[in-house]
Design a protein around this ligand. Structure first.
Ligand code: GLC
Length: 746
């Protein structure tokens, strides 16, 4: 009898499931047809609601905008919620929304999944030091899988702001100073988040931010004024954004800053002329947090209604938290100050995203508790985080002290030796700061089980100036063969609203290093930081310096594996490290000026573009990074020394691993346009290739140059390549020597 009942139950369940599928399939028509029918039924209030995003409780990155979001959902006034995470909570809110949505339009959940959702990867600046688009895609893919499994549909990433000023705390979130590197990595991140099918259950909408030129804030002070020529905007700051449009990104976020007097959020030229016009972007644009409201303090809008009018007319589709579209759009429409066609267009773009995510078929498809539990912290995710962290390590100096040998007695000192909170960096989504992350101490003790070989004493804190712990640390260090100092910043000293006027190691960390130096032992500095720091004294006095950034959940394992040679660091700097803050902004692709300073070799040094108290060169240049092995470049060749407008030139160079460790070298191609109708940078990155080389191995690395690689905005703002002479530099950093020359002919 039991079997019969079970079979009957099974049969009825499968019939019900099949019926549901048929019902869904029957209900869901092709997108354009479905959305046009739906919009045909929507009232203007229901359309405006789709343009409204409020924040659930949790991370608040600005003044709390909007009213009580629960009440607004009940009134059917909300199209999207940010900062709601977890299958259970997002299901509850979705249920509340659908019960109060006449046409059952699902909520869209957005969240800042910048470098991981729960499994946290290195901060984006650190990941960018891998110079490996495959690593950027991998981390974004894992982040999307965990976020989607937890009910999140949309991440506010990739952040693609080019930045040349390390005082700005948000350099930690981007890919540094270079347009070409930033564009390649941005495309990889969009691919990782969105995959090839947004309807898949492990992909989410990506959001390219902050549009635009947010990283050029004057004096590196967050939210500050940006003023630049259209040529610099288009040549340096916009290409990474355009690259993500080419990669199919479905949303954009505007930035807080103004650009030459016009705030990005009310900037018609940026949004309608360039993004939706020239670039034919068919996704939707959300503002940054209350950025519409901020048009008032910008001095660009009279009041909230005027701010809403300017924003919609400029091309903003969704109001993040500001509550202004909800309160004023209908009145503005009735006053003829905004067009219904613009409201319809914004609504359509947002509904299309919800449709492509499969939310109309099943608003709860991202709400599966079993899948959430099975996906978060999957071993393959943790392994991926370790892999990316290892690839992000940059060796800045090494007097053959690294890698450490297991038989050595090592004194680990510094405020971050056992840290499990800061190690995952800022913007770490739902990452765990209470002990899940692997600290350096944990990572080292996994490798070196003989406790007699290791001591761990902080000695000092990150900022606190107390010296109460220092003596004990010095006493233990005195007994060691090698001292390893793990130092840096708090995670919240970078990220949003975290600009610094002093980018030295904070607190008395440097003073402690000076005391350690007096012990006369080999001294290694491991850095955990979210920006380039000024390290001139450290560079003079340390025997080795390893830049580890904030390496994420598996950071302690990555640092330990790198210190002990299991991982040979192959990262390269995505951003210049200045000698002093006084040099900033200092970046590799600068102009030559009419009085270039050629360094000490220059006989008439005085009247040149230089400082009387510092060299012009940075401490560590863009693209720089050492290895435990050495690489030799030889046999550079160009397939021709004349390039035609439709032709191409092959650049090849042999690279040999001439040391004792297997390693990876990022071979970089730079080109200089000697003369133009406007002045051109002394060199620009035009290609890179990360090459694995076993010890003793040699490979030929090849690049192809075409006229397209040489285009820029000429004196008439035409994007063209101009005939003339070009220099080619190939090497392991932006300081690569001149390799060869070619001429571009008409
Ligand atoms: C913040 C940030 C932005 C983030 C948004 C939502 O102010 O500027 O990067 O995505 O608000 O948290």
């Amino acid at each position: 009898m039991k079997t019969y009942k079970f079979l009957l139950l099974l049969l009825s369940f499968s019939i019900a499931t099949h019926a549901q599928k048929v019902k869904n399939q029957a209900k869901i028509k092709p997108r354009n047809e479905f959305i046009s029918e739906l919009m045909g039924k929507m009232t203007i209030d229901e359309k405006i609601a789709q343009l409204v995003q409020f924040t659930a409780d949790g991370t608040v990155t600005g003044p709390k905008g909007g009213d009580n979001f629960i009440e607004e959902i009940k009134k059917g006034n909300v199209g999207s919620i940010l900062n709601a995470t977890g299958v259970k909570y997002t299901r509850e809110l979705q249920k509340l929304n659908l019960e109060n949505s006449r046409l059952k339009i699902p909520l869209l959940y957005g969240y800042d999944v910048i470098h991981g959702y729960r499994t946290i990867f290195p901060i984006t600046l650190g990941e960018s030091a891998s110079w490996d688009p495959a690593m950027a895609e991998l981390s974004s893919k894992v982040a999307a899988a965990e976020a989607a499994a937890s009910g999140v549909h949309w991440t506010f990433a990739p952040m693609v702001d080019i930045a040349r000023d390390p005082r700005w705390g948000r350099v930690s979130e981007g890919s540094g100073e270079d347009t070409y590197l930033g564009s390649r990595l941005a495309m990889a991140r969009v691919k990782g988040f969105q995959g090839s099918d947004l309807g898949a259950i492990n992909t989410i909408l990506a959001c390219t931010k902050h549009f635009a030129a947010y990283g050029a804030a004057e004096a590196g002070r967050d939210y500050n004024t940006v003023d630049m020529s259209e040529r610099v905007l288009r040549e340096t700051y916009l290409p990474p954004f355009k690259a993500t449009v080419d990669a199919g990104v479905r949303t954009f976020m505007t930035s807080f800053n103004e650009i030459s007097g016009v705030p990005a959020t009310g900037n018609r030229f940026l949004l309608r002329d360039i993004l939706k016009g020239e670039w034919k972007f068919n996704g939707f644009v959300v503002t940054d947090y209350t950025a519409i409201n901020e048009l008032i303090p910008h001095g660009f809008a009279q009041d909230a209604a005027h701010a809403g009018e300017l924003s919609l007319n400029a091309g903003i589709d969704m109001d993040m938290v500001g509550g202004i579209y909800l309160k004023h759009l209908k009145t503005l429409l009735n006053q003829g100050k905004v067009k219904e066609t613009d409201i319809n267009d914004a609504c359509k773009r947002i509904l299309e995203a919800k449709y492509d995510l499969g939310l109309f078929e099943d608003p709860y498809r991202y709400n599966d508790e079993k899948r959430e539990a099975a996906t978060i912290y999957k071993k393959e995710h943790l392994d991926a985080a370790l892999q990316v962290a290892n690839k992000s390590m940059v060796l800045l100096k090494n007097n053959n002290i690294l890698p450490l040998r297991r038989e050595q007695k090592v004194a680990f000192v510094g405020p971050l030796i056992s840290d499990e909170a800061n190690i995952i960096g800022s913007w770490a989504a739902t990452g765990d700061r209470t002990g899940y992350a692997v600290s350096v101490e944990e990572g080292v003790r996994k490798l070196i089980t003989d406790k007699g070989k290791l001591t761990f004493d902080k000695g000092v804190e990150i900022v606190d100036t107390s010296k109460s712990q220092m003596q004990k640390a010095l006493d233990n260090a005195r007994q060691a063969d090698v001292i390893v100092a793990v130092m840096g910043e708090f995670e919240n000293m970078t990220g949003e609203a975290a600009s610094r006027t002093d980018i030295n190691l904070p607190g008395i960390q440097k003073e402690f290093l000076a005391e350690l130096k007096k012990l006369g032992k080999p001294l290694v500095l491991v850095l955990m930081n979210g920006r380039p720091l000024t390290l001139s004294w450290e560079n003079e006095n340390m025997d080795a310096i390893l830049e580890a950034w904030f390496p994420g959940t598996m950071g302690g394992d990555a640092i330990a594996q790198t210190l002990y040679g299991i991982n040979n660091p192959g990262g390269k700097l995505p951003m210049t490290f200045p000698r002093t803050l006084g040099q900033v902004p200092v970046y590799y692709n600068h102009k030559n000026t009419g009085r270039p300073y050629l360094g000490a070799a220059d006989p008439e040094q005085k009247y040149k573009s230089r400082y009387i108290d510092s060299d012009n060169s940075p401490l560590y240049p863009f693209g720089y990074g050492l290895s435990y092995t050495t690489f030799a470049y030889s046999n550079p060749k160009l397939s021709a020394n004349t390039l035609t407008a439709s032709g191409s030139i092959k650049v090849s160079v042999d690279v040999a691993n001439t040391g004792n460790y297997d390693g990876e070298e990022v071979v970089q191609l730079y080109i200089q346009d000697k003369v133009g109708s406007v002045t051109r940078p002394v060199r620009e990155l035009k290609g890179f290739n990360k090459v694995p080389l076993k010890k003793g191995e040699k490979k030929t690395v090849e690049f192809t140059i075409t006229a397209n690689d040489l285009k820029f905005y000429d004196i008439n703002m035409q994007f063209v390549a101009e005939p003339g002479d070009f220099n080619v530099f190939v090497g392991g950093s932006s300081a690569a020597e001149l390799t060869d020359k070619f001429v571009l002919v008409k």
